[in-house]
Write a protein that binds this ligand. Structure first.
Ligand SMILES: Nc1ncnc2c1ncn2[C@@H]1O[C@H](COP(=O)(O)OP(=O)(O)OP(=O)(O)O)[C@@H](O)[C@H]1O
Ligand SMILES: [Mg+2]
Length: 237
């Protein structure tokens, strides 16, 4: 049940020419939890998620969702929702049309589209072209797209990026709601403060390696959360 590992990353390594983007990384995400994958810019968060989603092949090691590599999941849209780059929309489509197109591709009834638009607070912008959306609106549309197939697992790369304080609060409420509905969420951030209030557990990367994992208060220890985070992630600027 709730304690089952849903996402398993096992000795995962990705090398590009001279760069080791991810270096022997292992961690698990248990069902029904929200886990933050944290690290400075370039620490390997996106690369880890890309391997988890079958968009990049590991050099060595394995990443699975529900016990299977992404490519072996029979109906991936129904199992995993992902947001890797919120900017990739056809600018001439309305938000509603975008979701309808993706609903069709994922074999999801189009009646779900309006419910999802409401869920991400885009009802008023549903008939507006995506090219005219603000960054926060695009982020929310990307979340709605990820939820189309009613997946049990969400993988979100920097969902708080570029959001204003209202947007960040909205995102936290959204994430809590996802957890309350029993979904498992892995999200990345390079700003601990954005996610500290909502994650159950953090996995901290520096230069592709795991440097710490645990509950947020364990990571903070007796000092401030920010100090602990900067120390762990090796920011010496
Ligand atoms: N396709 C690629 N080819 C070569 N190097 C890459 C490639 N993708 C990522 N890298 C390198 O791997 C390292 C990790 O990059 P990655 O994008 O995973 O970091 P990140 O933690 O997501 O950073 P950010 O917080 O800036 O999004 C970086 O040094 C990056 O330059
Ligand atoms: Mg990234």
């Amino acid at each position: 049940m709730a304690a089952d590992p849903v996402i398993e990353v096992d000795s995962l390594t990705k090398r590009y020419d001279k760069t080791t983007a991810v270096d022997g990384l292992s961690f698990t995400v248990t069902g029904g939890s929200v886990v933050g994958l944290l690290g400075a810019n370039g620490s390997g968060k996106t690369t880890t998620m890309r391997m988890l989603l079958g968009l990049a092949a590991p050099t060595t090691g394995r990443a699975t969702i529900g016990g299977r590599p992404y490519a072996a999941i029979p109906h991936p849209a129904r199992e995993v929702g992902a947001v890797l780059d919120a900017a990739q929309f056809h600018p001439g489509r309305t938000g509603r049309n975008h979701l309808r197109v993706f609903a069709k591709a994922a074999d999801v009834p189009k009646t779900r589209v309006d419910a999802l638009l409401a869920q991400v607070d885009l009802e008023d912008a549903a008939r507006k072209r995506v090219g005219k959306y603000s960054l926060g609106m695009r982020q929310r549309l990307a979340l709605a797209t990820a939820l189309l197939g009613d997946p049990r697992v969400l993988v979100l790369d920097e969902p708080a990026n570029g959001l204003d304080p209202h947007g960040i609060r909205w995102l936290r409420d959204f994430l809590r709601a996802q957890r309350d509905e029993g979904r498992t969420v892995l999200l990345s951030s390079h700003v601990l403060a954005e996610v500290a209030q909502v994650v159950d557990h953090v996995v901290v990367l520096a230069k592709g390696r795991l440097v710490a994992q645990g509950a947020v208060d364990e990571i903070a220890g007796t000092g401030t959360l920010e100090d602990a985070f900067l120390k762990l992630t090796g920011d010496t600027r």
